[in-house]
Design a protein around this ligand. Structure first.
Ligand SMILES: *Cc1c(COP(=O)(O)O)cnc(C)c1O
Length: 445
């Protein structure tokens, strides 16, 4: 049934490390299926198997695998007019105008080619602007494959989370637990005048999904303001997904100094962006002194897909649809868990969802929280539910990877490739997809 994928994986292992070009793709057991093509909310693998796809490119696909006609037309026209120029194009200006019109804190932005590039440049910018070195990050957060943020441990003993990063680099990063205001305050008390910025995801969506407790982001914003550090929101995954075109910052009412984007802002093509207040973003070269450059930055195909995709969302009921299906999934899953696995937790918000394989020894979630965990202190399960990305490490990861996920795949449903990543709803998904997915969960849990 997966023979073709197996054969390709066999070949891949000889020429690509681990058989893939990004680590998480090799997480599926016993080996990944290879994508052949997409069809709306579905994907078809190399053996011709069709799946309901909740991976959705790991976040960039607001529309599933078929872009809306105007988006496809714009991308095709751009590609036919020449792939890249090394000269500016009007399209980049238009995309930047669109983003600055819709995202409250963004007055100006620089496009790059990935979320990683965006966070690298944001950190460099914060260090330059403040003339300080230290960056506060959240344990269990993810900001791409970069030196300043692949750091784990506590505030006192940060250490690289991968080989190849010098301990001296990690020394400039301060990892703190998400949703822990006390530790954040202590760190600022001790290091306030050395901290260039706090880099935080509005919702920890790469290992969770952990929703912020009430007031947490306000505390971080205040600490930054008092210490003269920059608040950097990493909206690579939440941008143009949570909070609609205003992004998560409009939903939470926070006004970051700098915001990083990626994923949806390029409509499925490689992209990233650093946005924020003019006084900061203008510090990038050539208007300022902070070096920043890229051969492919502002690439026409990515700009066309991103801009036309967002324009389409402005004119259609895209967010209503995906948020509605997200809610149905979470409600349905909450019911299923009450019956089958009360120790597990439905997490997520808007068009992001997941069943976290927690080991909660507490009343079932349906009693208190029918739409995913919102960190409601009144909830009977409050203390048992995941609060931070690192909580995902305590989950039943083997049961997820070895038993549950392969069973779902056999039922024709692809959920996140490991227990840490989120599932994404697209505009192409249907109520039928939701029903079939809930049936599969019922059978596989
Ligand atoms: C995906 C992601 C990144 C990295 O983006 P890439 O395009 O994969 O480099 C950074 N931050 C967050 C929050 C992300 O979800």
């Amino acid at each position: 049934m997966y023979d073709e994928s197996r054969d390709i994986y066999d070949r891949a292992l000889s020429v690509l490390p681990g058989g893939v070009n990004s680590a998480v793709r090799a997480a599926p057991q016993p080996y990944p299926v290879f994508a052949q093509k997409g069809d709306g909310g579905h994907v078809i693998d190399a053996d011709g198997n069709r799946y309901i796809d909740w991976i959705q490119g790991l976040g960039p696909l607001l529309y599933g695998h078929d872009l809306p006609d105007p988006v496809t037309a714009a991308v095709q026209r751009r590609v036919s007019e020449g792939p890249v120029f090394g000269m500016p194009t009007e399209l980049e200006v238009e995309h930047a105008e669109f983003v600055t019109r819709h995202v409250p804190s963004v007055e100006m932005l620089r496009f790059v080619n990935s979320g990683t590039e965006a966070t690298v440049s944001a950190v460099r910018l914060a260090r330059a602007v403040t003339e300080r070195n230290k960056i506060v990050i959240m344990q269990g957060g993810y900001h791409g494959a970069q030196e300043s943020t692949l750091v784990e441990g506590g505030p006192e003993h940060p250490k690289p989370s991968t080989h190849g990063i010098p301990q001296s680099f990690a020394q400039e990063t301060i990892p703190v637990p998400f949703n822990d205001t006390e530790t954040a305050k202590q760190v600022f008390e001790e290091h306030g005048d050395e901290i260039a910025g706090v880099l935080v995801e509005p919702i920890q969506a790469n290992s969770g999904i952990a929703y912020p407790e009430n007031g947490y982001h306000e505390t971080l914003a205040q600490l930054c303001e008092d210490a003269g550090a920059l608040l950097i929101w990493d909206e690579v995954i939440t941008g143009f997904r949570i909070g609609g075109l205003g992004c998560a910052q409009s939903e939470f009412g926070i006004d970051p100094d700098i915001t990083t984007f990626g994923k949806i802002i390029g409509g499925g093509f490689p992209v990233g962006a650093i946005g924020g207040k003019t006084e900061y973003i203008e510090q990038f070269t050539p208007s300022g002194e902070v070096f920043q450059a890229g051969t492919f930055s502002g690439h026409p195909a990515a700009m066309a897909a991103g801009l036309e995709g967002l324009k389409y969302a402005a004119e259609n009921d895209v967010y209503e649809h995906i948020d509605d299906l997200g809610r149905r999934l979470r409600e349905g899953l909450t019911e299923i868990l009450t019956e089958r696995a009360p120790e597990y937790t439905v997490v997520g918000t808007g068009s992001i969802f997941k069943v976290a394989f927690t080991r909660a020894d507490a009343p079932p979630q349906s009693d208190c929280c029918v739409n995913g965990c919102r960190q409601d202190p009144e909830c009977a399960r409050f203390s048992a539910c995941p609060k931070r990305g690192t909580d995902a490490q305590q989950m039943e990861t083997d049961r997820y990877a070895r038993l549950f996920r392969p069973a779902m795949r056999d039922e024709g449903v692809l959920v996140s490739q490991n227990q840490f990543e989120a599932n994404f709803v697209s505009y192409a998904h249907t109520e039928e997809d939701v029903e079939r997915t809930l049936d599969a969960y019922r059978d596989c849990l």
